[in-house]
Design a protein around this ligand. Sequence first.
Ligand code: AMP
Length: 429
Amino acid sequence: MKIPVIGGGGREHALVWKLKESSRVEKIWCAPGNGGIASDAECVALDAGDVAGLVAFAEKNSPDLTVVGPELPLVNGIGDAFRERGWAIVGPSKQAAQLEGSKIFTKEFLQRHNIPTAKMYGTFESAKETYDALKNVKWPVVIKADGLCAGKGVLVAQDFDQARDFIERAMEKNELGPGGKRILLEEGLEGDELSFIVMTDGTTYAPLVPTRDHKRVFDGNQGPNTGGMGAYSTEDLLPEPLRKAIVSTIVEPTLQGLSGERIPYQGFLYIGLMLTNSGPKVLEFNCRLGDPETQAIVARMDFDLAEVLQDVAAGRLNGSKLRWKSGASACVVLASGGYPGRFETGKKIEGLTGAEQITGVNVLHAGTKRVGEDIVTCGGRVLGVTAVGPTLDAALGSAYAAADRIYFEGMHLRRDIGRHVNSLKATGN
Ligand code: AMP
């Protein structure tokens, strides 16, 4: 098989790494890839969101299967463009990708199908209407820009001043771009967050192992939200009654709702959940795999990913092919100092070879590039040091031992990935 992977972050490096292990795979491209992916695949200088460019690439190279990492190409319609031409691709249609591309579409969908989610106060198209509505909410309130805003479109506002500041930036100063023109207000939920990701061919689905990521930049969940500072996966994350509740109240009604509305969904569906005292509730959907959750998930895969993804694209997913390593995995993100605010790039990364010598460790690249013989930083999240082990402690021990062998100027990491585990108050009932 010849496979292009679309994207250039840690998630895509994890996918490339696993696909490369398959004896069926002859060639992998990655568009655009990064400094580490370049060792495992041929990087192609195309933007991930450039659907026309990716169609032209596929026309020329006739891949057997295309795997899409990020949401932008999906929201831009790459799934439809490829399927119309009869080309195999893993990823939902443009319409189905609205589950990520529009928070309002999603909220209305959840309400239509009685799927548990935070109560909505309303949707608004002007700042004035939104300020008025804030007079009648309970604090904290959650403000969501409708469209894609590069991870900056949600605020959990504790008081009116915080809310006004966000709304002003989104709706009056246009700082979030077109995605911030419409706003959704919803109730703030309390509990632990959990990511539940399924793979589906449109008819059948198979859950991936449960993961949790750590969004805040500093230890103890302090500081601003980031794209994710680490993730881990262990079976203990998801007690059986809770798993059953998630499947029966959320996963199945969602997939049935989509097919009932004739919105075919094929690919990965990421369900962001809040485990509240009254059961699991949907915070968000993503129409693709999460980053850095993918790094932790791929580390536990004990099956041929190329074969399974080919099955998904062909509409013949067989969940029993998904076998998982027991034990645990962990991914610790090494970020540039200052991220998610301003940070410098171009810092030389040292110690990569030594880090990968630790058993069970794989260093997945996100914001890196090659300059001559060196690998240098070129993004906020630079590396995802990923490890497996028989227990979560063992996986974390290896990941941190490897991280401690790596150095670049200003490097920042959280020291508490996987550490504040299981306060799962929700029973799932
Ligand atoms: P979203 O992109 O909708 O998942 O929002 C990003 C983050 O905002 C989530 O991972 C949560 O931490 C938080 N969040 C979103 N909706 C809510 C809510 N209704 N209550 C509390 N926190 C929320």
